[in-house]
Design a protein around this ligand. Sequence first.
Ligand code: FAD
Ligand code: SF4
Ligand code: SF4
Ligand code: SF4
Ligand code: SF4
Length: 412
Amino acid sequence: MAAKGDMFYAWTTNKDLADKAECGGAVTGLMKFALENKIVDAVLAVKKGKDLYDAVPTIITDPKEIGTTAGSLHCGTLLMSKLVKKYFNGANDMKLGITIKGCDMMGLYELAKRKQVNLDNLVMIGVNCGGSVSPVMARKMITEKYGVDPDKVHKEEIDKGQFIIEYEGGHKGISVDELEEHGFGRRTNCRRCKLKVTRQADLACGNWGVIGDKAGKATFVEICSDKGADLFNKAVAAGALKAEKPPEPAIAIRSKVEKAMFKLADKWREKDFKGLGQGNERLKKIMEDTSRCIKCYQCIEQCPICYCVECSTKKPYLVPPGVLPVPFMFHMIRFVHISDSCVNCGQCEEACPMEIRNSLYMHAIQQDLEKMFGHVPGVDMSLPVLALVEEPTERGRLASTGTDQIYDIFKS
Ligand code: FAD
Ligand code: SF4
Ligand code: SF4
Ligand code: SF4
Ligand code: SF4
């Protein structure tokens, strides 16, 4: 019997799913089992749309259709968390199985602590994530670095540090490090991301640490909650899933890769944040870059933390309408409201038609706030810094001390 904290190699016993899946199909097999046995009412996962650069979120209620969601789309830069709030009433009226990467999971926690998503009704199957490539970048990179027509590519994967493509006439892999040195590769927020194994989901699944004859044929599953253990045990008992204990070196290898990814992310953080400078220099850079904003609201629309019915950026006394360049107050409002909770999902940058580096700025400020207050967003239900501040108390303190610095109130 599996329990929270246990680790397994696992794979589906359904041959059709195994053939379509990325690494043995444990994830799809578990989702199918959960649907068939009414553990969930529906599954929210990702399927291939027009081509492999087109990752489409999809809702499945018929277990026979689950095969359409098998496989990993690394050129799919979706965020699943806000979909739960927007289209499924925060999973308040239904049980939902959902496949999530680290950023999806962090977004769900941020929404849950704001009572916008009901985690009790979610079965979260996490996938490890080394990063994703934007579809536009992927096409450009495949054309320019691989010398291949992106429309001829029928499969892509990231394996042993290489981005590998299979196309009509062959296959080719180039190391991600080399690609990124030349300005290609993963999204910049992904390079800085340190949520590699989704341990705050119910199950964390990935291929790191799968070695020997099971490589590519099984998924390394870490059981992260009692809910996850229950689903896993039931699926194994019913014969839907096969599982075995991973060999000892596998656990060490997995941990080594995760640590190497942390180191790489630290390197990118240092580089990206250093480039922004500090204080006024940073502010000037942000003001200059955001002066190109056309106020399309996409950064707000996509951000998992922006869900307000009446957004302050739309209040004319704060941001006068019809003024260009858009007053900096528009961006200030977002920095003030979001920066303590930003999960660096990259959506605000990915969706920006003016290619403003929104995610970098928000992540940089979030990191400064994390150092000051110790609040780590997206990993548990602890409240963000601003939720702990009461306006009347702060006003009183400002009047009596003449400072608007709130740091001292967090000293014990
Ligand atoms: P399958 O049964 O094939 O199921 C895959 C599930 O992932 C399906 O539910 C599918 O809908 C969902 N999915 C596919 N694409 C996306 C997407 N873009 N966003 C959200 N969900 C998606 N594992 C590692 O060990 N190291 C890594 O570096 C790593 N990077 C990954 C990067 C991405 C973008 C993704 C999506 C996955 C990554 N994984 C990584 C996980 C790995 O590729 C497999 O998903 C995992 O091992 C499970 O294999 P499986 O055969 O059980 O999954
Ligand atoms: Fe993966 Fe992190 Fe990028 Fe999300 S932000 S796609 S979890 S690397
Ligand atoms: Fe994601 Fe941007 Fe919102 Fe941060 S501010 S959580 S990077 S959309
Ligand atoms: Fe809410 Fe502020 Fe985001 Fe607007 S910018 S949706 S007010 S958090
Ligand atoms: Fe401005 Fe870009 Fe946000 Fe649109 S997505 S409102 S252009 S910063």
